[in-house]
Design a binder for this molecule. Structure first.
Ligand code: BGC
Length: 653
């Protein structure tokens, strides 16, 4: 019925008889009705909008009282977790299960709006100005936004500090893990991790996505240097020390560590990568149950015995199954068999990468397999909606969600996030003298003397020293990838860093003459130099971008070595690389070979061992193949073709 029809029903006679006041009352009633109608319409629209956007209802719920059990530090953690979980809506729980990259956050307000559990800096995601103060400010803002959420659950801020707080300009850059592995020194590894953790905490970072306890079997892989060793014992034992160091409590709180990449990462088959441009990274492993139990699970047992807070699942497949989808590997083995009580977190986009299903199904599969926190990193709104839908349709049980959230909250309570006052420390510990000195010690302890034809140590009084090679004056190459940028930066630019050339100049006596040229040519030299030092290097690379069918020494560097040989009595070759390189032919003609790995910002540590200020103590943490046909090499040293390696694990003069 139209409005016109309605009014036409009123008798015109009656109308004419109506008094003035009655007419007024009549028109008022009409107005009143339409106002009511508009109000009703508005209320219905707003309510249905809020119902559709259900996550917005969170803030409308009452805040918990100040004396809620979970807010009382005197209560046992289990009770606090139980109390907090019982107060959470489903949306708040799913929010806690999300780990979002800071560059993917659409609005900072989303942190409190969705009750996000964690934010991270993917490699290279840094504040506009890269200095310690800006990092501190950026993370403080994120933490403060998290405290605006209804339940005020503190947020985790995570990143990869795998060789120091290496995203931050000015931080101390320690050797990559393979170098620490060569030290075989648990105490040193722990000290490095404590120093890293201190630098992290001063900027507010409370989650480190390391250590890697992968087992590199094939030097062609681009991530060899991220692991300590291919030996399960050494990997497990140094991994433990690293975790203890990172998770060292300081004024009640600590940084969470993450053992990664679960499981059997490093044993993938060359050519099996799922990634179009990679060869082995993100590939498939075919190891049997026996190897899983005897070789790949033990380092995780060690990590768990060190109370590691989180374990990151790899992007690999075990046979045809993605590890992230495997309930057997994630829930049965890791959680039930090994008794892991911490957070299972996925790798970068790991739930969706190479999934044969859509994202909705991928979330269901991974969470049901045992995943607790999803490193999204982009599509967090879709994740929140999908998981909510999956719970409401019974595809994911509420019990699984409660288990995941309880694990996350337990680790947050345990690390002191709910109780410890934000720490106001000076940022001076970042790149402090103390940490640089420790890094220099770590460099000297990680350099392996592979060959020495009665040449080392070189006297600090040597008259004429000539230096050459791509790695001689290049702190960027010393540091390798995961330094400021994901793929690292080639060049001599890291503030506070010392190149090997500078280290040599600082170490020798003033009477010594040190000359440098990149290509090893010194046209103005009139007599032969006493010693030539060639520092050869790999360009920085990370992950599958470093997969290389034939890792060996660069041609220009070989020329530089040969040029030095013409004009120096003896030549020392120092190799900067993230893995053993194929040098079987070349090394025969060298007087000295030193593997320096990726030593980081302190080139002085290499000068220390060359000039005998500190003795060589390091040993190979991994076998050194003679050729690529020998790959992969099993952790017991057996090569693919049963031939002998160039140097066995444990070698070092
Ligand atoms: C790597 C992880 C890393 C994560 C976050 C991934 O690409 O595989 O090792 O922790 O990114 O940066």
């Amino acid at each position: 019925m139209t409005k016109k029809n309605k009014t036409s029903k009123i008798s015109p006679k009656k109308h004419t008889k109506t008094s003035k006041s009655k007419r007024f009352l009549y028109s008022f009633t009409i107005h009143y009705k339409s106002i009511l109608f508009v109000l009703l319409f508005l209320i219905i629209s707003i309510t249905s909008y809020l119902i559709l956007q259900k996550e917005d209802l969170g803030p409308l719920l009452p805040k918990p009282p100040a004396n809620a059990i979970y807010k009382q530090s005197s209560q046992p953690i289990e009770k606090r977790v139980e109390d907090l979980v019982s107060r959470m809506t489903l949306e708040e729980k799913i929010g806690q299960m999300s780990l979002v990259d800071k560059n993917s956050l659409t609005k900072i307000k989303d942190i409190s709006r969705y009750n996000l559990g964690a934010v991270m800096s993917g490699a290279g995601a840094k504040p506009a100005i890269n200095n310690p103060q800006s990092w501190f400010d950026m993370i403080a803002e994120i933490k403060s936004e998290a405290s605006n959420s209804r339940l005020e659950i503190p947020i985790l801020y995570g990143l990869d500090a795998n060789h120091g707080h290496s995203n931050v300009l000015g931080a101390t850059i320690f050797p990559h893990a393979i170098g620490l592995g060569a030290s075989y020194n648990n105490e040193l590894v722990k000290q490095v991790a404590v120093a890293t953790s201190e630098e992290l905490r001063t900027t507010g970072v409370n989650w480190d996505f390391s250590p890697s306890i992968d087992a590199p079997k094939d030097i062609r892989w681009g991530r060899v240097y991220e692991a300590f060793s291919d030996s399960p014992e050494l990997n497990g034992s140094l991994g433990r020390s690293y975790i203890e160091g990172i998770q060292t409590a300081d004024k009640g709180g600590y940084v969470l560590a993450s053992a990664k990449h679960y499981l059997a990462t490093g044993s993938m088959v060359w050519g099996s990568s799922n990634h179009k441009k990679f060869k082995i990274d993100q590939g498939k492993t075919f190891v049997d149950d026996n190897a899983l139990s005897n070789e790949y699970l033990p380092p995780y047992k060690d990590a768990i015995s060190a109370n590691v807070s989180s374990v990151m699942i790899s992007l690999n497949q075990w046979g045809d199954e993605r590890i992230i989808d495997s309930k057997n590997l994630v829930t049965e083995k890791l959680k039930n068999e090994l008794g892991f009580k911490g957070i299972v977190v996925s790798d970068w986009y790991g739930v969706y990468e190479y999934s044969k299903t859509n994202k909705y199904e991928a979330n269901i599969k991974a969470i049901n397999a045992g995943l607790d926190m999803t490193m999204l990193p982009y599509d967090y709104k879709d994740f929140l909606k999908d998981v909510r839908k999956a719970v409401s349709t019974g595809r994911i049980s509420e019990g699984r969600i409660d288990d995941a959230v309880s694990r996350i909250l337990y680790q947050k309570f345990k690390a002191g996030l709910f109780d410890v006052e934000p720490r106001v420390t000076s940022l001076e510990s970042i790149g402090s003298q103390k940490h640089h000195a420790l890094a220099r010690k770590a460099v000297a302890s990680s350099a392996v003397l592979l060959k020495n034809n009665s040449t080392l140590p070189v006297s600090v009084n040597t008259k004429n020293i000539i230096v050459a090679g791509s790695g001689a004056d290049n702190v960027g190459r010393q540091c390798g990838a995961w330094t400021i940028e994901w793929q690292g930066i080639d060049g001599n630019w890291i503030p506070g860093g010392t190149s090997i050339l500078q280290g040599i100049k600082q170490t020798v006596n003033k009477s010594s003459n040190v000359e440098y040229s990149l290509d090893g040519k010194f046209p103005n030299m009139t007599e032969k130099a006493d010693i030539g030092i060639a520092v050869v290097s790999e360009k920085p690379y990370a992950e599958g971008w470093g997969d290389n069918p034939n890792p060996t020494i660069d041609k220009e560097d070989l020329k530089a070595i040969n040029n030095l040989k013409q004009i120096a009595n003896k030549v020392v070759v120092v190799i900067i690389s993230g893995r053993p390189l194929i040098i079987t032919e070349q090394i025969r003609t060298w007087d000295v070979a030193v593997e320096a790995w990726l030593p980081g910002s302190e080139g002085g540590g290499i000068a220390d061992v060359i000039f005998g200020k500190v003795p060589f103590v390091a040993k190979l943490p991994i076998s050194w193949p003679a050729n690529t046909k020998q790959l992969p090499i099993q952790s017991n040293g057996v090569t693919n073709d049963n031939s002998s390696v160039l140097f066995e694990r444990g070698w070092g003069l």
